[in-house]
Ligand binder design. Structure first.
Ligand code: C6P
Length: 405
């Protein structure tokens, strides 16, 4: 498996020293690093083709509009989106899910209906549904998890019933690494006439995603976790549902005609893209998608799997380490705790060695309660990581034990 070493030259930040040590970046689940292809594409666009989109009839306006729409087309193909007009640019996963909660949930979920979630949801796919439930008087239900951090599908079959209006589930957990059987969950939702919203923030960067097969009603992800810039993300929604929804944000671009007392809406996807969008960021995300496609998502998934399995094995052979999440069917995150050491202290000590991990509740406070911990340490991997990075992590943990335990 040479992928990590082969691609490292493409990521300039990996040559940076942190605290005088070579950077070992194990925090890609929070945000990924950017290859030259993305940096150059972003800069080239700003230097040579920049303008606002869908407005100017001047040459640069047309060039920028063409590039922005080409980005949408390429991202639609990357996730096998069934309809191009369902691909909406947002600022990221939280905005995508808030859009669905606000414009679909508050309008179509009715008093007394249920919204089914899981205890492993990131706050971004939990809090918006709490607000919807409160607003309309709906009930929140949670699919229980088995002790290994996978969902209990037998219970899900009972919980998702005729009262269910929405099922909102993460594709891959940012703490446990669990990859959920989202295709089956979408089917369970559709059987009872409910809509399914999938949070793909930790899935799209790491594995092939095919929305034609999965068939969700809504699917969301963030560009910055998949080598792209910050401030750009995607919501895919089924056009027939999006057409029935009211706009989320209002402003320029999303309107067709405006009178003093009312307005009408633009066609999809523009109805949901109010104001000047993140144009250069969309172009950067297009470059990220091209880069990922050149390497191949299957290959990236295999590399992630290799590194995660390797890290789990190495950590498991160290004394006094608690590991969280299932042993198989998991994504590129490894959450753990070292007995007697607070994860923040561990992260601070590793940082002195140039090793970046994340420590905390990872925006999953209910999941921390389920695990019965306040926080965990988390190492997360991506295509530029190698077995040397895992070795550095293990060495760092050993040093921490000597210094802190
Ligand atoms: N999780 C992590 O370190 P943002 O980062 O705002 O674009 O996406 C939010 C989000 C939504 N869903 C899932 C499953 C996520 O993992 C995240 C981001 C980061 O785990 C930051 S808390």
């Amino acid at each position: 498996m040479l992928l990590g070493r082969d691609v490292r030259k493409d990521f300039p930040i990996l040559n940076v020293k942190v605290n005088g040590k070579p950077l070992v970046y194990l925090d890609s689940a929070a945000s990924s690093q950017k290859p030259n292809a993305v940096l150059e594409s972003y800069c080239r666009f700003c230097e040579q083709r920049y303008s606002n989109v869908h407005r100017g009839i001047h040459t640069l306006g047309e060039a920028a509009t063409g590039d922005y729409e080409a980005a949408r087309g390429s991202i639609a193909e990357f996730i096998q989106a069934p309809a191009l007009e369902g691909v909406i640019f947002t600022r990221g996963t939280p905005e995508s899910i808030n859009l669905v909660a606000h414009s679909y949930g508050k309008k179509f979920v009715k008093h007394g209906q249920s919204i089914v979630l899981t205890p492993m949801e990131h706050h971004a796919n939990l809090v918006p549904w709490q607000l919807v439930a409160k607003f309309v008087g709906a009930e929140l239900r949670f699919i229980p998890m088995k002790s290994d951090g996978t969902l209990d599908l037998a219970e899900a079959r009972k919980l998702i019933d005729k009262t269910t209006a929405m099922v909102a589930v993460t594709h891959a957990s940012n703490v446990l690494g669990t990859i959920n059987p989202v295709g089956e969950i979408v089917e369970l939702a559709h059987k009872v006439g409910a809509k399914a919203v999938i949070d793909g923030a930790q899935a799209v960067p790491h594995m092939p995603v095919n929305l034609r097969e999965m068939n969700p009603d809504f699917y969301s992800f963030s560009g910055h976790k998949m080598l792209g810039p910050t401030g750009i993300g995607v919501l895919y929604g089924r056009p027939e549902i999006l057409n029935d929804m009211d706009p989320f944000l209002t402003g320029g671009e999303m309107i067709r005609e405006v009178y003093l007392d009312h307005a009408t809406w633009n066609d999809l996807p523009y109805k949901f893209e109010a104001g000047t969008p993140a144009i250069a960021e969309a172009i950067g995300l297009h470059a990220a998608v091209r880069y990922l496609q050149e390497i191949g998502m299957e290959r990236i998934a295999q590399m992630d799997h290799y590194l995660t399995t390797h890290a789990l094995e190495k950590l498991a052979s160290e004394p006094d380490i608690a590991l969280y999440g299932p042993l198989s069917q998991r994504g590129a995150v490894t959450s753990f705790n070292v007995k007697g050491i607070h994860p923040h202290d561990l992260a601070a000590l590793l940082d002195r060695e140039g090793i970046a991990i994340r420590a905390g509740h990872h925006c999953c406070q209910p999941l921390m309660r389920w695990l019965d911990v306040q926080a965990t340490a988390r190492a997360s991997f991506y295509l530029y990581n190698t077995a040397d990075d895992v070795a550095a992590l293990i060495e760092g943990v050993r040093t921490a034990r000597k210094v802190l335990a």
